[in-house]
Structures are given as C-alpha cells and as structure tokens.
Design a protein around this ligand. Structure first.
Ligand code: ADE
Length: 248
C-alpha cells in the first residue's frame, strides 16, 4: 500500500517511519510512504505557501496552487482510471471522526493521499475541488495534520496482511469486534498476591473463549456503553447485559 503525504514538515515523519511496525512493513515491501513538500511546488522566489485571508481575520491561509499542483503531478504519473479513484484525504478537525471501520475502509485501497493542513486554515477550493474526503482524529485542534496522518498510517498498516506477526492478532482487539478487548495476562500465574483468573489456566478453550467474550462485554458496558448499541450480540449476551445493568 502506498501513502503519499503532502506536508510542509516532512522531517516530522522521520521518527515514526523509521521504527516499529512501520519499519517492519517497509522492510517486507508491504508499504511505501512518499513525502511531498508542498513548498517544492511554489514558483515565487520566497516559496510562499500561505497568504492573508480574504475578508480579514487572524492567521494565514494555505494557498491552493501548491497543493493542487502537488496532487496533480502525482496523478499525472499513474494510469488515469487509478487517478480518478484515488482517495485524496484532507486532515482537519472538521472531518469525519476517524475510527476502526474507517481504518479498515482505507486499508482496502492500494494508494491514498493525505494532505496535512497547517496554519489557520486552507483555501476552501482545496476542499471543494480537490479532496475526496476529510478526516479528523478527534475533537481537539492540533498544530497541523502531520500527527493525524501518522495516526492514520499506523492504524491502517497494522491491518495489512503480513504486517502483524500473527494474522489473527488484530481480529480480537478493541474496536475490531465492536467491543473493547478482554483483559490479557501472561506469566507469572501469581504476581504478588494477584492471581491470573483460573479459567485462563484451565486449557479449556471453549470456556476461555466464553470468559473472554463476557469480559469484553462487561468492560465495554462499563467504559463505553454507547458501543454496545452497534455490537453484534446474541440473546444470551443481551441477557447478560440486562443482568449487569440491574442495580445490585
Ligand atoms: N489538524 C488539526 N487538528 C486535527 C485533528 N483533530 N484531526 C486531523 N487533523 C487535524
């Protein structure tokens, strides 16, 4: 999968792109990230990327030309049918809220473009005539879209086949099932006075699976009850929730 990132600060990506999961995916040839400095697509002596807002007001606004030109130069190098369906995503607090289903949706594309906004804003014509999607990583304002792009890349690449050690290890985790993940334990079986739940040592895989599912439901009900409305639960699980909701 290929990510093309438009940014004014390509150096911000060096750390995350040279460590951990990304490095592993990169060395296996499963991902490629191309960093495009928006400033390289300016034509004036000062390499101007921003300007004062029409109508006045605080801060500067990113100019449309360098952003359009960077994306168009990228598209000119790919087959036209691929260019026509290329997701061009603007990172902005005004976008749709990033989530596991959106990470899954993005992971099905062979290539995506991420545009990192900066300053007070971006010329609205970029939104209207260039981007195909706008994504926010949360209801807070960052200094720019770079960290948001890194969050998205991280969440997406771990879904690509062959990136995680075990193919199954992303299937059970929080949000993938619509529930928060069940509690995990490792050795020692008793640490200080705190034992590992006995069922996990039983070797009975059916009991373990049932316990984990129940724990995931209990945890989700406690911490993120709104997620249960969309989770797929069977009758027995619905009854468990009703019971857990009863005042003790
Ligand atoms: N740029 C600034 N804040 C952002 C956010 N919350 N999500 C995505 N991009 C942003």
């Amino acid at each position: 999968m290929q990510f093309d990132i438009l940014t004014l600060f390509p150096e911000m990506f060096q750390g995350p792109l040279s460590t951990g999961l990304f490095q592993r995916a990169d060395s296996r040839g499963l991902v490629a990230v191309n960093l495009h400095n928006i400033r390289d697509h300016t034509h004036d002596r000062h390499h101007t990327v921003d300007d004062y807002p029409y109508g006045g007001g605080a801060g500067m606004v990113l100019k449309p030309e360098p952003i359009f030109e960077t994306v168009e130069s990228l598209q000119s190098e790919m087959p036209s049918e691929q260019a026509a369906t290329l997701p061009i995503i603007l990172l902005t607090p005004q976008g749709r809220l990033f989530s596991q289903p959106i990470a899954e949706e993005l992971s099905r594309h062979p290539q995506i473009v991420l545009i990192c906004g900066r300053y007070e804003g971006i010329d609205e014509r970029v939104r209207e005539y260039l981007v195909t999607d706008e994504i926010s990583i949360g209801d807070y304002v960052l200094g720019g879209g770079e960290l948001a792009a890194m969050v998205i890349i991280d969440a997406v690449i771990r879904l690509l086949p062959g990136v995680l050690g075990s193919e199954k290890s992303s299937l059970d985790e929080s949000h993938a099932t619509g529930l928060l993940e069940y509690p995990q334990y490792t050795r020692p079986p008793v640490y200080r006075d705190w034992p590992v739940p006995e069922v996990l040592l039983s070797g009975n895989h059916a009991h373990i699976a049932e316990w984990r599912r129940e724990q995931a439901i209990i945890r989700t009900l406690k911490r993120r009850p709104e997620m249960l409305e969309r989770a797929r639960l069977d009758n027995k699980e619905e009854r468990l929730i009703e019971r857990l909701k009863q005042p003790r």
